[in-house]
Write a protein that binds this ligand. Structure first.
Ligand code: KG4
Ligand code: ZN
Length: 332
């Protein structure tokens, strides 16, 4: 089954054509980072307008790249939430129009489920049960998945999402927007033991908090300046990253042990982080746990993962009614 996937939940307009949930025929992305950079964050109204401009050319190009006609599309999958309401609506409207015009099934997909299915896209269905760690610009959450499409939240962030914290600290260091990838690159040249930033254990439960470490970074920079010194930003980046990643890895492994599962599955933009990938791989191997991580390019927002998740829902006979709207805070 050839599924056209559409993703417009935040600041990337994305369209992909995926066959049978596994074979990517085309996977296109129109990044809007340059439009939001001067504001230091995503401006919802700017994002919606850019999606409107991008979406039709992207759909056409996705078909051209796949070597297909519109009539070859057998189903349409689209992100319905969580995300920015105005941005989501652009993708949803395009997907509904296509489904109606072509007379093919329409399926709404949860963005976070899409991030998990980046793994399925690359290696096929995951043997459940497992614990999923979803970490992106908008979310940080641990979820127990006892069976397909059944999600039991274990914990989440009490303040910033990890990607958001990476972006904010990167901004403090003048690394541009979004700063996560730049901070990751800079950290690779620094000493992660140089500065001991706080590790927020939030009473050892499965919730996360990053406001403490963020404030500690600000205080450290101020203190250095007060002493007439320039902080060594590569050490600062590496030490901050270590404080964030260490807690993430500890809690994810603790959750897997608690739930008695043998598999950990990662998803979301922050999973592109090299230190998170490395530490999680080392620690899960030492614990005898299996770890599934998407390739870095499929960790960040894309439409192929949405087409894949949509395909597996369609295979269960699911369809979404065309009356559905956008759900900015859709739970998993
Ligand atoms: O999943 P995603 O593309 O969009 C959301 O659903 O939010 O995640 C984007 C987030 C941004 O905050 C970005 O800075 C962060 O993921 N990110 C990274 C890295 N690559 C992307 N954070 C740290 N290290 C990276 N290598
Ligand atoms: Zn995302």
């Amino acid at each position: 089954m050839r599924v056209l996937g559409i993703e417009t939940s935040c600041d990337e307009s994305a369209v992909a054509l995926v066959e049978d949930g596994r074979t990517i025929r085309s996977n296109l992305l129109a990044s809007q980072a340059h439009l939001h950079e001067k504001f230091g964050g995503v401006v919802p109204e700017v994002a919606s307008r850019a999606h409107v401009e991008n979406i039709n050319p992207l759909i056409t190009q996705a078909l051209v790249d796949a070597g297909m006609w519109m009539s070859d599309v057998e189903a349409v999958a689209v992100t319905i939430g969580p995300g920015l309401v105005g941005a989501l609506l652009v993708g949803i409207a395009a997907a509904k129009a296509l489904s109606l015009a072509l007379g093919v099934p329409f399926i709404g997909v949860n963005h976070l489920e899409g991030h998990l299915y980046a793994n399925v896209l690359e290696r096929g269905p995951i043997e459940d049960p497992y614990v999923a760690f979803l970490v992106s610009g908008g979310h940080t959450m641990l979820v127990h998945v006892p069976k397909p499409f059944s999600y039991e939240p274990l914990g989440q962030t009490l303040d910033d999402a990890a990607g958001e914290a990476f972006d904010k600290v990167a901004r403090l260091l003048d690394l541009g927007f979004p700063g996560g990838p730049a901070l990751d690159r800079l950290a690779s040249t620094g000493d992660r033991a140089a500065i001991r930033f706080p590790r927020a254990a939030t009473d050892r439960g499965y919730d996360f908090s990053l406001s403490g470490v963020k404030t500690a970074v600000v205080r450290y920079i101020r203190a250095e300046h007060a002493q007439g010194r320039e902080p060594k930003i590569e050490d600062l980046a590496a030490s901050f990253q270590e404080a964030v990643v260490e807690v993430q890895v500890d809690k994810t492994i603790a959750a897997a042990k608690d739930k008695g599962v043998k598999t950990i599955v990662l998803g979301g933009g922050v999973v592109a982080n090299t230190r998170l990938r490395k530490l999680m791989s080392e620690r899960t191997a030492a614990e005898g746990l299996e770890l599934l991580i998407p390739s870095p390019e499929l960790c960040t927002d894309n439409a192929a993962m949405i087409a894949c998740a949509g395909f597996y829902r369609l295979m269960r006979g699911e369809r979404t009614d065309l009356s559905i709207g956008a759900s900015p805070s859709l739970p998993l």
